[in-house]
Ligand binder design. Structure first.
Ligand code: IDP
Ligand code: MG
Length: 161
């Protein structure tokens, strides 16, 4: 199946900067489908589950402070090869390096060097599952089956059928 589901988070910095609507619009504009959405204030335990691969890294403490500093908007997004497509739209992790036209490149600019000197996680607005393996872990970590909806959008008629 080429239709994939991927986990996307507007992180606390994105919510607090009030750019969530503009970010979500980008996914709607390319014809991707929102199949689940909620606002969640993550605690330290849940941060360790979501960012399990980073717990031992020097930047983890700052990352945990950042992801728990306010609510996130969590989404599951569905579409044709959606995992890689969403990562492309999100851009490189370090906003200093992410290309113009990507979400991180258009809405942020800081460097790893700056964040590390301050002891904070890089505030890059958004999280998206890195690959199929991560998406298969992250979507069920954030959403149960009842919270994920199947419905038709206009794109089903014009792009997918
Ligand atoms: P990703 O979000 O692009 O998948 P990851 O390497 O999985 O990037 O890192 C998770 C998050 O941790 C990043 O989005 C960023 O907020 C933060 N981060 C990653 N590397 C650093 C770093 O070197 N310094 C500070 N924060 C970092
Ligand atoms: Mg990652």
């Amino acid at each position: 199946m080429m239709i994939e589901r991927t986990l996307v988070l507007i992180k606390p910095d994105g919510v607090q900067r009030a750019v969530a609507g503009r970010i979500i619009s980008r996914f709607e504009d390319v014809g991707l489908k929102l199949v689940a959405m909620k606002m969640v204030w993550v605690d330290e335990d849940f941060s360790k589950k979501h960012y399990a691969e980073h717990i031992e890294k020097p930047f983890y403490k700052g990352l945990e402070s950042m992801i728990t500093m306010g609510p996130v908007i969590a989404m599951t997004i569905e579409g044709v090869e959606a995992i890689a497509l969403v990562r492309k739209m999100v851009g490189a992790t370090e906003p200093k390096s992410s290309a113009p036209g990507t979400i991180r490149g258009d809405f942020a600019h800081v460097s790893y060097g700056y964040a590390d000197e301050k002891g904070i996680g890089v505030k890059n607005l958004i999280h998206a599952s890195a690959d199929k393996k991560d998406a298969e872990i992250e979507v069920p970590l954030w959403f149960n089956d009842k919270e994920i909806h199947s419905y038709k959008t206009v794109h089903d008629a014009h792009i997918l059928e």
